[in-house]
Design a protein around this ligand. Structure first.
Ligand SMILES: *[C@@H]1O[C@H](CO)[C@@H](O)[C@H](O)[C@H]1NC(C)=O
Ligand SMILES: *[C@@H]1O[C@H](CO)[C@@H](O)[C@H](O)[C@H]1NC(C)=O
Ligand SMILES: *[C@@H]1O[C@H](CO)[C@@H](O)[C@H](O)[C@H]1NC(C)=O
Ligand SMILES: *[C@@H]1O[C@H](CO)[C@@H](O)[C@H](O)[C@H]1NC(C)=O
Ligand SMILES: *[C@@H]1O[C@H](CO)[C@@H](O)[C@H](O)[C@H]1NC(C)=O
Ligand SMILES: *[C@@H]1O[C@H](CO)[C@@H](O)[C@H](O)[C@H]1NC(C)=O
Ligand SMILES: *[C@@H]1O[C@H](CO)[C@@H](O)[C@H](O)[C@H]1NC(C)=O
Ligand SMILES: *[C@@H]1O[C@H](CO)[C@@H](O)[C@H](O)[C@H]1NC(C)=O
Ligand SMILES: *[C@@H]1O[C@H](CO)[C@@H](O)[C@H](O)[C@H]1NC(C)=O
Ligand SMILES: *[C@@H]1O[C@H](CO)[C@@H](O)[C@H](O)[C@H]1NC(C)=O
Ligand SMILES: *[C@@H]1O[C@H](CO)[C@@H](O)[C@H](O)[C@H]1NC(C)=O
Ligand SMILES: *[C@@H]1O[C@H](CO)[C@@H](O)[C@H](O)[C@H]1NC(C)=O
Length: 847
């Protein structure tokens, strides 16, 4: 595919996207280089300039859509209290290496930052290759980041340029005159100092071939956010030029790992060198290699390719050789750009001319970029079992992406998405449960419900079929709904499993609610379990009709955690009726209860990462009952208005709060749908007003341009829906109509259909309220539509915009299909007693 634009001319300098480049005119499908509109640094910084803290935790580097390899620098910020290094990149952190695997946008403890190299200009004292503090590097000048390309300059004068393919990367180091070394430290990973779930290096091997031109081996790593089991990653590196000297090294591991043999409480010491291969052994010795080129060699640059594989070093070599055929880094960049344009960006076409608001164009394509970095397509790379099914990892986490990200995959990436779902089901088949979180081939952590259920239901109700075995899919969901997973006794939550499934089913099934004295996070998990059961109801209707009523009833059990007497504290006006802590004996405990507080919103709190005030709006399957419980339409509207008022937040959310002082926190997933709930009152114009205000306030084309962690692109997909002017209701084949940001959008959906979204008389500053809507030429009087209406064969949605905040919708409000459920709550003391005994036994096993 030929591109009209000049590639490589656009560079991001600091936080400013330079526009001094040739912008191609809008041309036929596929011939536009949309990648020029991507700012890969959005989210790289938090509110404190130069610090990652409170920012997006994004990955910055070379990657292809859903690629296994995300190659980029690993950094370390010296002020630990501000440090968040989950994506490897920080704006000004010290560079400790260049590594092949990263997550993007995640919170918690870092995962990956593995299979590394580090370019050095000396390896003599005071440098000790075992001690990264003796060689880590500040950066000078500004980093350059584009789709498929990253470059930075170290203080020692070395310039790093890199690009990534699907399982491999290419790195070029430009040295000042003098010695040139590349350190390969197999024991390198992104640490979480002082955290119980920091990663650990669990041994490895390295071997030199071809006079040190090639090196192969593997490293094993465990821990990290998901409390992961050991995983092994094979690597195969190759240098363009044979080094003058290549040595392997080995040294005692002095890191303090629990339940592993290491050499404790000792200084690093010095490495012992060899010349062919090293193995860690049971003491988990650190191993690596140093490659050196003399200062008389012809070139000042060292270029290398590295492939990785979860299967074998041979496979890693094959990836390196087949995916990166040339030593010109530009070729790999161009291939990545082509793939991004063809498979991602060209599927959403908006007007690009200079008369368009360029900020909005950049926000659209940058958001598409960030929502396609994770999960990782590891098909053919599953080391755990043999299967014909696709394999995916890095669901980090379903809790983040189930709410609207997957619904966008469904439209834009039906093939990839089918693969993800088949992989989720295959994980259940071979490991017993689908994951909520999964990375490093290991399920964990589960923050709320078993939200893979919602993903499956969302695909099912929209008739995603392909080769998905829905019989098995439903069985996997039933496992989540019926079988209490083994308690993991994580220090995060001693009450039940945080690995997979629903750790508090022991309350949910017999009591009909989650008890505050039996289960951590009882209120947030109550609404999530209810939605999970609704997801089962949706799939059961087709796959197991006899089960349907049971799960519909269970989907109403959030009502048993609802106290009609609970009242807000320190609010004007005052609101009555909230999710509230309920004891095993059936009584609500309302003494000192303030729904605007969550006690830290942590794993052991009554609600997770948001307050009960917020979670009390999160019942997407039954707004009808919810509105009724809140006192009817007017009271519901008043409460909704209140959560957007400044200075209403009573809970300090720390880094998760992104400086937000309203109860609504659009930087956090539970609240994603809340601004749109006015549609359920047929006051769509207020949904438009609220959601646009949040988008304008919290999303920017700048390094601090997203409200907190981008969460594997979930934060970004929220903005895409906002800009498209529609919002999906997860687990239902329903989309709400809102207000698009572009006068014309063509989307390629369902493989080859076209959805066109037209906004007549749109002016984003003034005329952005809907006056009327047509779908496929028909006047549409509802503020929502169904998947089958237009998302299967495509068609056109026409919005007629104006400045009036009009109640244009006269049809039915969006559906509440969970409304028929009859919750069973018996909450007897006898039942609670039984549960207590069971829990005691479980604890006796471990503590
Ligand atoms: C790679 O692309 C850059 C930017 O267009 C150009 O300056 C450089 O010369 C190219 N390098 C090679 C080796 O082609
Ligand atoms: C580290 O960050 C904290 C804010 O969390 C600040 O109070 C402190 O001064 C910083 N320390 C240094 C050395 O910059
Ligand atoms: C990096 O830069 C910071 C700020 O200028 C400085 O405090 C620190 O000592 C430097 N570290 C290294 C290893 O050069
Ligand atoms: C880095 O970017 C900033 C902001 O755009 C600019 O002021 C500065 O001159 C740049 N520095 C270099 C060395 O290019
Ligand atoms: C530096 O290396 C040590 C020893 O392997 C390791 O414990 C530590 O986590 C590393 N620090 C960084 C920032 O990578
Ligand atoms: C969308 O497609 C229509 C029909 O092909 C075309 O006229 C229009 O220019 C396209 N709009 C954009 C933004 O690409
Ligand atoms: C472009 O849109 C942004 C909101 O995304 C707005 O802040 C900005 O003012 C707009 N620019 C122009 C020139 O209208
Ligand atoms: C689908 O899954 C079911 C249940 O796990 C299994 O019995 C059946 O053989 C599968 N069908 C196919 C075609 O693989
Ligand atoms: C109470 O719940 C248990 C467990 O679901 C059930 O067996 C029992 O019949 C229920 N009792 C009433 C009165 O609903
Ligand atoms: C709510 O309060 C009323 C009296 O104000 C009381 O009769 C009722 O039992 C309470 N309900 C709950 C669920 O606490
Ligand atoms: C779209 O793709 C489907 C298969 O995914 C095929 O059956 C159909 O004929 C295609 N339609 C067009 C218009 O190309
Ligand atoms: C806007 O609404 C006002 C009254 O609500 C009405 O007088 C006016 O004509 C409307 N304007 C348009 C453009 O519809």
């Amino acid at each position: 595919m030929a591109y009209h634009s000049i590639l490589f001319a656009a560079s991001l300098v600091g936080s400013v996207l330079s526009h001094g480049f040739d912008r191609s005119p809008q041309a036929e499908t596929g011939s536009v280089d949309y990648s020029q509109f991507v700012n890969p640094l959005i989210g790289s910084e938090g509110p404190i300039p130069g610090q990652a803290f409170g920012g997006g935790d994004i990955f910055v580097g070379g990657a292809v859509p859903f690629g296994v390899v995300k190659v980029g620098i690993d950094t370390y910020e010296q002020n630990l209290s501000l440090s968040t290094i989950n994506g490897g990149y920080t704006p000004r952190g010290l560079v400790t290496g260049v590594s092949m695997m990263h997550e993007s946008g995640t919170g918690g403890a870092p995962k990956y930052g593995i299979v590394s190299q580090m370019p050095l200009i000396t390896i003599e004292a005071p440098v000790n290759i075992l001690d990264n503090t003796t060689y880590w590097q500040n950066r000078t000048g500004n980093d350059t980041a584009r789709v498929g390309y990253f470059s930075t300059r170290l203080e020692n004068g070395v310039t790093i340029s890199l690009s990534g393919a699907r399982h491999s990367g290419i790195m070029q180091y430009q040295y000042p005159s003098g010695e040139k070394h590349v350190l390969v430290d197999v024991s390198h990973y992104l640490p979480a100092y002082g955290s119980y779930n920091s990663q650990s290096f669990l041994g490895g091997e390295i071997e030199l071939q071809d006079d040190g031109r090639q090196y192969t081996g593997y490293g094993q790593y465990g821990g990290g956010f998901g409390e992961g089991a050991p995983m092994r990653v094979y690597f195969c590196g190759e240098f363009e030029e044979v080094p003058n000297q290549a040595r392997t090294w080995r040294a005692r591991n002095t890191d303090p790992y629990q339940r592993q043999h290491v050499f404790s409480n000792e200084p690093y010491g010095m490495p012992t060198y060899g010349n062919s291969s090293e193995q860690s052994g049971f003491l988990l010795d650190r191993v690596g290699a140093v490659f050196s080129w003399s200062n008389t060699s012809a070139s000042n640059s060292v270029t290398s390719k590295v492939g990785i594989s979860f299967i074998s070093a041979e496979k890693a070599c094959t990836f390196k050789d087949s995916e990166i055929r040339s030593w010109n880094i530009n070729d790999t960049v161009q291939a990545a750009v082509d793939e991004w344009n063809n498979d991602v960006f060209s599927k959403v076409q908006v007007p690009l001319g200079t008369s368009q608001n360029q900020t909005n164009v950049i926000l659209m394509y940058s958001s598409l970029y960030f929502m396609h970095l994770m999960p990782s397509d590891r098909t053919g790379e599953n080391p755990l079992w043999q299967s014909e099914e696709p394999y995916w990892d890095d669901f980090y986490t379903a809790w983040d992406i189930f709410r609207n990200t997957v619904s966008l995959y469904h439209l834009l990436q039906p093939t990839y998405y089918e693969g993800m779902i088949r992989a989720l089901i295959d994980i259940w088949r071979y490991e017993g449960y689908m994951p909520d979180g999964r990375s490093g081939n290991y399920n964990g952590l589960t923050q709320g419900g078993s939200n893979a259920d919602n993903i499956l239901a969302d695909a099912y109700v929209k008739s995603l079929k392909g080769s998905i075995n829905w019989t098995a899919g439903y069985q996997a969901m039933v496992k989540d709904a019926e079988v209490v997973p083994y308690n993991t006794f994580s220090i995060l939550d001693l009450t039940g499993s945080v690995k997979e499934g629903r750790g508090a089913l022991y309350d949910w099934i017999p009591l009909g609610y989650l008890s505050a004295d039996g289960s951590a996070r009882s209120l947030s998990r109550s609404v999530e379990y209810a939605l999970n059961d609704f997801a089962l109801y949706q799939v059961a209707q087709g796959e197991a009709p006899d089960d349907a009523q049971k799960y519909l009833n269970r989907s109403a059990q959030w009502q048993n955690n609802w106290s009609h007497n609970a009242t807000s504290v320190n609010t004007t006006p005052s609101f009555t009726g909230f999710l509230a802590p309920r004891l095993q004996n059936g009584m609500f405990n309302l003494s000192d209860y303030n729904p605007a507080l969550c006690g830290g919103c942590e794993w052991d709190s009554i609600s997770y990462e948001a307050t009960p005030f917020e979670y009390s709006f999160v019942v997407p399957h039954d707004l009808e009952t919810l509105i009724d419980f809140m006192g009817g339409a007017a009271a519901f509207e008043g409460r909704l208005d209140y959560v957007f008022m400044p200075n209403t937040s009573q809970q300090n959310l720390g880094a998760n709060g992104a400086g937000i002082n309203t109860i609504i926190n659009i930087g956090n997933e539970p609240d994603f749908a809340t601004p749109y709930l006015y549609n359920y009152l047929n006051k769509q114009h207020k949904s438009v007003e609220r959601s646009r205000a949040l988008a304008n306030q919290y999303y920017h084309n700048s390094n601090n341009g997203v409200p907190g962690n981008s969460d594997a692109g979930a934060i970004n997909s929220w903005l895409i829906w906002q800009m498209l002017g529609i919002y999906p209701i997860v687990t239902q084949p329903v989309y709400l109509l809102e207000s698009p940001w572009f006068s014309d959008i063509n989307m390629t959906i369902n493989n080859n259909a076209t959805l066109r979204i037209v906004a007549h008389d749109l002016d984003n500053n003034d005329s952005h309220y809907v006056q009327s809507v047509k779908i496929n030429g028909q006047v549409w009087n509802k503020n929502w539509f169904e998947h089958a209406d237009i998302m299967v064969n495509g068609g056109t949605i026409e919005f007629f915009m104006g400045s009036n905040q009009t109640i244009w919708e006269t049809g039915n409000v969006p559906p509440s299909p969970g409304h028929g459920g009859k919750p069973n709550a018996n909450g007897t003391y006898a039942m609670a007693e039984t549960i207590g005994v069971k829990k005691l036994r479980r604890r006796d096993l471990g503590f």
